[in-house]
Design a protein around this ligand. Structure first.
Ligand code: 5GP
Ligand code: ZN
Length: 114
């Protein structure tokens, strides 16, 4: 089974500022934050990207989205707003190949994204 840096965080082998974890996913602060609040929501299971065959993971993916909203509330950015981002492959800027949802908030976001 593939393992990576985020698998290490999920297994508590590598330190991270974890703000939520459950049976299926982990939420922690990005080490290089791009906004006052910058969280990463990851599945415990190693999934490289949205390009994987995810038909068998629908429940997990839905669960991750439900966790996004709760995490945003816990950080007090649900009212002002937040941006969720999933980068896939090189041109989108994916650098860690373990699926993650960025949750960015605490400042005004521009559109279109760069
Ligand atoms: P990507 O570029 O793949 O969309 O996002 C990867 C994110 O993971 C980046 O924002 C980067 O700062 C963050 N990151 C990379 N390595 C680590 C780490 O070891 N710990 C934490 N907390 N974040 C990391
Ligand atoms: Zn992994």
């Amino acid at each position: 089974m593939a393992r990576c840096i985020f698998c290490g965080i999920a297994a508590h082998e590598k330190p991270a500022a974890i703000i939520h974890e459950d049976e299926h996913c982990v939420v922690f602060r990005d080490i290089n934050p791009q906004a006052p609040v910058h969280l990463l929501v990851i599945p415990r299971k190693h999934i490289a990207s949205l390009n994987d065959d995810l038909d068998g993971d629908r429940e997990l993916l839905g669960h991750m989205l439900s966790v996004v909203g709760r995490a945003a509330k816990s950080q007090g950015i649900d009212g002002t707003g937040y941006r969720t981002v999933i980068n896939t492959n090189a041109e989108a800027g994916q650098s860690v190949f373990h699926l993650h949802i960025h949750v960015l908030g605490g400042r005004r976001m521009g559109w279109p994204p760069g």
